[in-house]
Design a protein. Structure first.
Length: 133
């Protein structure tokens, strides 16, 4: 009995990763859903400007840090490690093919998870009348 391990090739709307990476930002927009397509076509200059700046920083070996949380992820960003500001710190995100069409802000949450613990003195009405030693 022979076990075949075949790695499934990534495709986006029927196109392989190599085909997608050859596309221009505006050509890639035609493969997106309507909301992302309209956003990309309106902001394509801003996206191309970000891509150019990011590639220059990557060539120099610098970190790619950005406050632009509303930039749509396009094929030119695949493989980059981008540090996205969440309001307090820069969180890293490794861009993969599955992230295409999403915005950078989706991968840098602004709110942390609440950690509930035991109530301290003064936290509840019952603990107000407790004797302090």
């Amino acid at each position: 009995m022979e076990i075949q391990t075949s790695k499934k090739q990534f495709t986006f709307r029927g196109k392989t990763l190599e085909e997608i990476q050859k596309l221009d930002v505006r050509e890639f927009a035609k493969l997106l859903k309507s909301k992302q397509r309209r956003f990309t076509l309106r902001q394509f200059q801003e996206i191309e400007k970000f891509l150019k700046r990011a590639k220059e920083k990557q060539e120099k070996g610098k970190k790619i840090r950005t406050h632009l949380r509303d930039i749509l992820i396009v094929p030119g960003m695949i493989g980059m490690k981008i540090y996205i500001y969440n309001g307090r710190e820069f969180l890293s995100a490794d861009i993969t093919g599955e992230m295409l069409g999403h915005k950078l802000g989706e991968f840098s949450p602004t709110r942390s998870k609440i950690k509930h613990s035991k109530a301290g003195v003064g936290a509840t009405k019952g603990s107000k009348h407790k004797a302090k030693k």
